[in-house]
Design a protein around this ligand. Structure first.
Ligand SMILES: *[C@@H]1O[C@H](CO)[C@@H](O)[C@H](O)[C@H]1NC(C)=O
Ligand SMILES: *[C@@H]1O[C@H](CO)[C@@H](O)[C@H](O)[C@H]1NC(C)=O
Ligand SMILES: *[C@@H]1O[C@H](CO)[C@@H](O)[C@H](O)[C@H]1NC(C)=O
Ligand SMILES: *[C@@H]1O[C@H](CO)[C@@H](O)[C@H](O)[C@H]1NC(C)=O
Ligand SMILES: *[C@@H]1O[C@H](CO)[C@@H](O)[C@H](O)[C@H]1NC(C)=O
Ligand SMILES: *[C@@H]1O[C@H](CO)[C@@H](O)[C@H](O)[C@H]1NC(C)=O
Length: 297
């Protein structure tokens, strides 16, 4: 095995590992990357946004089924009047935390994508997930990356209104409100305050669900399968890394042997060997570095 081959195979293994890790990442439906994508779209596509105007955020065709919209509003106006936007009734006295002069509120409707991004264990989602999120805003960008919390009056919460016609599933089952986290997981459950209305006391992601006992079993199976896959993947990548280490070891050996061979050839000619040993004896130069740290004073 020569040096050239060594290098080639090393590259092949490295690129395989890189490809492997990338393809693993791109599979997940991750809300954080969606959020960044949508924020970027809003900032690019909505030219000269006006305060108080509600805009739909244009999305590429591979997002068809989802709906995102944005509103920039003065915090003072929101506190004084509230407002009704998308599926949300915002009462007066809502305040952003920390305080900013104006905020951008992003409304999301995940439509038929809801179950790709969110999961409620032991329940079935019967409506799309609706979200409300607040961000800082400026002249430079309609939706800045800084998320804001909303302080919502205890006695007068925000209401999310789901369309009755959205609700699918068995008749006669009373849905309950589910709050979901950014990571797609369930945060909490609560009864509806009136038919198809959820009262919410924080920004976030909401949907209606019904309990499902049968799907719980399926889910458990799925989770089991998933764990099995993760184990297989883990062992697989471990083996690849091990292979790589062994390979590098062999390469280094080969290179060393080559060097020695060359040196032997050279020493036979008795020319450069002196230089090599001078190079080795330069090593004690490291002691100079040790005297340097005068910074301690
Ligand atoms: C749609 O395509 C863009 C790239 O053009 C990609 O960033 C985005 O993740 C895709 N959307 C979905 C929902 O997969
Ligand atoms: C959602 O529905 C649209 C059509 O309205 C379709 O193009 C899209 O592929 C669907 N998305 C998913 C995740 O099923
Ligand atoms: C929002 O709608 C509710 C009824 O759904 C109404 O009572 C309230 O006055 C409306 N608020 C604004 C600011 O229009
Ligand atoms: C779902 O139900 C199963 C059994 O009915 C239970 O063991 C499990 O803890 C439940 N999961 C959650 C997240 O509540
Ligand atoms: C919000 O953005 C504005 C404009 O960029 C900035 O001046 C302000 O400090 C930001 N507010 C907070 C709380 O970071
Ligand atoms: C929700 O409603 C059911 C009846 O539909 C009731 O039994 C339960 O106690 C309620 N839960 C809460 C937290 O109010």
């Amino acid at each position: 095995m020569d040096l050239h081959k060594c290098r080639k195979i090393t590259w092949a293994i490295v690129s395989f590992i890189i490809f492997f890790s990338f393809s693993e990442e791109s599979k997940a439906y991750d809300h954080a990357s969606l959020e960044a994508f949508v924020r970027d779209k809003a900032n690019r596509e909505i030219a000269k946004p006006r305060t108080g105007t509600f805009y739909n955020i244009p999305l590429p065709s591979n997002f068809s089924g989802m709906k995102f919209s944005v509103l920039r509003v003065r915090s003072g106006s929101l506190r004084l009047r509230g407002g009704n936007y998308s599926h949300f009734n915002l009462p007066p006295m809502i305040k952003p935390e920390p305080h900013v002069e104006r905020i951008a509120i992003v409304f999301e409707n995940f439509g038929n994508w809801s179950s790709r991004y969110y999961d409620v264990p032991n329940h079935t989602m019967v409506t799309p997930v609706l979200s409300l999120m607040a961000y800082n805003t400026s002249e430079a960008g309609l939706v800045l990356s800084q998320r804001l919390n909303l302080s919502i009056p205890e006695k007068n919460p925000i209401k999310v209104r789901f369309f009755r016609s959205w609700v699918h599933g068995k008749r006669g089952e009373k849905p309950i409100c589910a709050k979901l986290g950014n990571d797609g997981r369930l945060v909490g459950l609560k009864n509806m305050s009136e038919p198809f209305v959820c009262e919410i006391r924080s920004e976030g992601h909401y949907t209606l669900v019904v309990p499902s006992l049968e799907e719980a079993k399926d889910k458990g199976q799925k989770d089991n399968n998933r764990t099995r896959w993760i184990v297989v993947l883990g062992i697989g990548s471990g083996l690849i890394v091990l292979l790589f280490v062994v390979f590098v070891f062999v390469c280094v050996k080969v290179m060393k042997r080559r060097k020695i061979q060359k040196m032997e050839e050279k020493s036979e000619k008795d020319v450069i060997i002196g230089e090599f040993w001078v190079g080795q004896s330069k090593m004690p130069a490291a002691s100079m570095v040790r005297t340097q740290p005068a910074l301690e004073n």
